[in-house]
Every structure is written in structure tokens, then in C-alpha cells.
Design a protein around this ligand. Sequence first.
Ligand code: ADP
Ligand code: MG
Length: 486
Amino acid sequence: MSNSELSSKYETVIGLEVHIQLKTNRKVFAPENFTFGSPPNQHVSPVSMAHPGALPSPNLKCIEHIVKLGLAIGCEIAPNSYFARKNYFYPDLPKGYQLSQDTLPVVGEGEMDIYVDGKVKKSIQIERIHLEEDAGKSIHDIHPSQSLIDLNRAGVGLAELVTKPDLRSAQEAGAFLAEIRRIVRYLQISDGNMEEGSLRCDANVSVMPKGSDTYGTRVEIKNINSISQVIKAITYESGRQMKAVDRGEALVQETRTWDVSKGKTAPMRDKETADDYRYFPEPDLQPIKISEAKIEEIKAEIPRLPQSRFLQYVEEYKIAKNEAQTLADQREFSDYFEALIPFTDSPKTAANWVLGPVRTWLNEHNKDISKFPIKEKKLGDLSQLVKSGKVNLNAAKEIIFPRLCENPKENPETIAQENDLIMESAENELQDAMEALIEKFPAEVKKYRGGKKNLAGFFVGQLMRQFKGKANPKEVNEVVRKLLDS
Ligand code: ADP
Ligand code: MG
């Protein structure tokens, strides 16, 4: 059976477990900080190495971050929650247990909207978001016969967000992750960088006959490190399961790894169950209590989120969806766009400037908007010069804009004057010039009047050349036709 036949017969069910590395100045229970890419074992302390007698001390910033995320998504916040030990033995986990949360996480249930392909809206139930510490890293590919351990990452604070099995396609899973990444970046609680591991995702995948209400056996896929790979891994795995189920084979619940180079998932281990971890409350840490006042304080710090901005740009400003998406994608970029609007004649004009010359400049200089030199008001002044017909758009983009980027203190109109770019909009000047041309090219005039209407372009070209791009093309066209047709 072909893939498309299979996917018309079966449905894919996906639940995601997303790990978000929290950006703070120290690990979640240990005093030292961690930066990606440091030499191994530079960011360790007796706490993260689990020396006897070393005690954890919670980083309250991590708790605030996770509450902020929960509030932004619209989840319940637990006024009381506690830490638990999740016991397992692995060389990169010195304590022999991970500090995590079990039955009572800081953030409880909620619901988040996603837009698949920027279009179809879907609500995804969130099961929980809990706080936990990261493990270190085992490195198997440096030494020929030994595994090496790097504990830099051990103890770094993570938010683990778990969805209900509500996603129904690889594309929906991709859209969900992209939304989470946008939100954590807006909230400035994480870099959200999948390549550097500050955003990681395990995908639980199962298949069932279309229309069924009983989920199939699920497989958990680990080690996926970009959104495009998440989409590929889920697509591969659901195809594999559909084929197996269609042949009548029983699937086993297991953990599989995603092999990027082969483009396949492969068995890793049998799935642990909660019992295997022997969770129990952490005796060295107090329960987490969060007051109403604290929740209000954190709520007040949440900026307007990308989805609400996106919807406003599309619905109110009538900006195309893909452009609205680009504008809303990054908080600082979107802030700049919004601040520019009042200085221009319309949100569309502001969007054109930001998505055009501004974005091109940022790409060429490999900078983000926080390093963009022109203040909103000044760029607004430039756009108004164009709007009022004093300068043509091309001259504004190609000559004045780059000059402003180099000398952001200069005045756009002064630059226009210095470069002789102020348009001679006086209609009679154009008319005089056109009358002279009519005398100069009688044969062309005759042909035009005899029906060769495209000769108007010849006169427009002559005039534009004469006025060296300072004339407004629309006005030139009008004058040419008016005089030729009279
Ligand atoms: P565990 O405790 O074993 O980790 P959970 O119930 O916490 O299992 O579920 C982990 C993830 O697996 C969640 O994201 C959940 O939505 C997802 N999940 C559960 N059942 C299925 C299923 N049948 N198919 C796909 N995903 C599932
Ligand atoms: Mg789980």
C-alpha cells in the first residue's frame, strides 16, 4: 500500500515533551553558571558533582521563568508544588537522581492555539510544565575505547512542557514547536536555540485507524535537534508504524532514536515506566509556594505575544499572512515595526519599509534589529518624503536610506537636497519640457496620434532622463498622455 493510501486509512497521534533551557545567571540548584560551547567541565561545583553533604539551593528566577511561561500560554499555576527525586543510574547524573517534579508541577493544564502553515487554527491541550535540572553529557565519539563525561550542563534549569496527544500531523508538531520557540524568546526566558540544545523535543508518536477513538501503542523519539528534523522524524515514524499495523504486526512501546544521516528511527531502549523511577519528594528542598501578588507581578512583565500581534497585522492592518508572520516572529523586530507606524502614513507603509530596506540591511550586515541605526521617527520622516511626492521611492531606498544608515543623525530631507533628489513636481516645468519634445520629435508624435500608443513610453523615457529620476513617474505619464492626446 502506498504512503498516501496508508495515510488516508490511518491517523497519526503525537504528543510532545519539550525541554526549554532557562536563561538565568546560575544553575537551578547550584551556584555556577553555564555557557554553551565552553571547554568541558569548566562549569561545575560540589553541588553539580554531588559531593557528599552538598545541598541544593533553588534559583527563584527559574521558578519565575516557568510561571511566566505558564501564564503566557494560559495554564493554571499551582499555588503549592514540590520537587521530587527521579531516580535512575547513568554516568552523566552524579547524584543518581534528577531533581524534578512529579505529581504536583508548578504549572498545570492549559491550552495553546497554533496556526498550521500560518493558516489553520488548532488548539492543543497542555498537560503540565514542570521544573527540573538537566543532566551532564556523555561523549562517546572522542576516545576510541572510553566514554567521556562533561558536567557543564549538569544542573542547568529546564522547563519541561508536556502536551496531551492532541497533535495529528508532523506539520502540526512543527507549528507547535515554532510557536513555543517564539514565545520563550518573546518572554526572554530561553534562547530557544535547538542547534545548541537550549530547546529540545521528544516526540511521542502512534497511529490508529481513521475515526478510531482508541490510541495505538506509542513510540518515543529522542535526539531530534531542529524543527525540520522533528517533522522528518515524525513523518518517517508514522509511516513505519502505519505499514506495520497494516501488515497486522503488533508494535512495541519503546524509545527510538532519530538518525539524521539515515533519515530513520532506530530502537534505543524499552520505555521506562514511572515505577522504574521510584519518584519521592525531595527532602532537601522546601515546597514551592507562589502568592497571588507574585503571579500578578509576573503577569505584568509579559509582553503582547506574537500570535496576538500576527492577528492584528492580518485583520486590522490587512497585511499578508506570510509578511505578518515575519513581522511578528521576533519581539524586537515587531516592536520596531509598531513604533514606526505612527510616523508613517499607514501600517502598510511601515511594513514595506521594515520588510524591505530594513530587513535587507540587517541581513547584509548580519545584525539584528537592536543594532539597526535609524530611529523610528527618522525612518518615518523618510517615508513621508516619499509619500508627499518630494522624493521618489527608488531614490529614497537606494540613496537616502544607505546614507542614513551610515550617518543616522542626518536629516533625510537635507540628504535629498544635497543629492539633488527633490522632485520637480511643478507640473508646468514638465509640461514645458514635454512641449519642447513634441516639437523635437514630430514623426513620433504623428505615429502616436495615428494609433501607435506605445510610443508614449518613448516620451516618458526622454522626460525621466531629462529630470534624472527626480520626476514622479506617475506625473510624467499623465503629462505625456495629456499633451499627446490633446
Ligand atoms: P510517561 O509518563 O510515560 O512519560 P505520559 O502520559 O506523560 O507518559 O505521556 C508522555 C507524552 O506522550 C505526552 O506528551 C503524551 O501526550 C504522549 N502520548 C501519550 N499517549 C500517546 C499516544 N498513544 N500516542 C502519541 N502520544 C502519546
Ligand atoms: Mg512523561
